[in-house]
Design a protein around this ligand. Structure first.
Ligand SMILES: [Zn+2]
Length: 263
């Protein structure tokens, strides 16, 4: 059944340091019916490009992985124009779901099913969508880079949830399709543990603020990405704080942190 399906990418014209080549909008379906997944931002030409790929096929829903501005804002206007539901986990800054789904929800599409997997971490409202042995990963996993993480504990658990589950292909929100999901997920897990080790070492070495930790740990990363890196550092520190491995000396995680030896 799934062999009949076509998965087509429409690259949104929003390249940048946070979005790579741009947002991948996926048009998924057969010759008759499709869904549009992550329509992206409201920018000239992109809705027309999506509709060009849809052609004369019927659209059954517009679905979003999460409500960040590079994924969701076009969902409501496009769904309204097509007279179909906009589907997501929860309302966001520029997104109001007509239909809310949760972990385990099933979305029928072209006589097959998308299974919703709630994967909080990059964002609390983040969903992946499983189609047979493929997974649409949004910003949970990107092609060719790591991702910004808001909440590290849930993020790592969300990676573990999809690890070794028989996936053979990942369709990300940015970057290229990946054909070796378990190896990619292993790298993501290892990358996070490595960052955690580096953050602990930076703190032990005297880095006392988020800024100092970022400068030490992300020295090899483009400074344009440092604000994003700072958010991942905060996410790591929250997890390490919950585990009693760092103690903050200020009221906010943006203030100085002090180091408590592991164990
Ligand atoms: Zn995002």
């Amino acid at each position: 059944m799934i062999d009949r399906l076509r998965i087509e990418r429409v690259l949104a014209p929003n390249p940048g340091p946070y979005t790579g080549p741009g947002t991948n909008t996926w048009v998924v379906g057969d010759d008759e019916t499709v869904i549009v997944l992550d329509p992206g931002p409201v920018i000239p030409g992109h809705a027309d490009a999506i509709l060009g790929v849809v052609g004369d096929r019927e659209v059954s829903a517009v679905i979003v992985t999460h409500t960040h501005e590079d994924h969701a804002p076009l969902a409501n206007p496009l769904a309204r124009d097509l007279d179909v539901p906009a589907v997501g986990y929860a309302p966001g800054p520029e997104f109001e779901p007509d239909l809310r789904v949760e972990d385990g929800s099933v979305i029928s599409i072209a006589r097959t099913e998308l299974i919703v997997v709630h994967t909080p971490g990059h964002a609390e409202d983040h969903l992946c969508f499983r189609l047979g042995d493929s997974l649409f990963t949004g910003d949970h996993i990107m092609g060719g880079s790591s991702v910004m993480v808001e909440d590290m504990g849930p993020y790592l658990a969300s990676l573990e949830r999809i690890h070794h589950t028989g996936l053979v292909r990942l369709y990300p929100g940015h970057g290229d399709v990946m054909d070796d999901p378990d190896a990619v997920i292993s790298w993501y897990l290892e990358h996070r543990l490595e960052r955690e080790r580096q953050i602990l070492a930076a703190i032990a070495g005297g880095a006392g603020s988020i800024g100092e930790i970022v400068e030490t740990v992300y020295a090899d990363v483009d400074t344009a990405l440092h604000p994003l890196a700072a958010r991942s550092v905060v996410a790591h520190l929250r997890k390490l704080g919950d585990e009693g491995r760092v103690v903050r000396s200020g009221d906010e995680w943006g203030d100085a942190v002090s180091w408590v030896a592991d164990g």
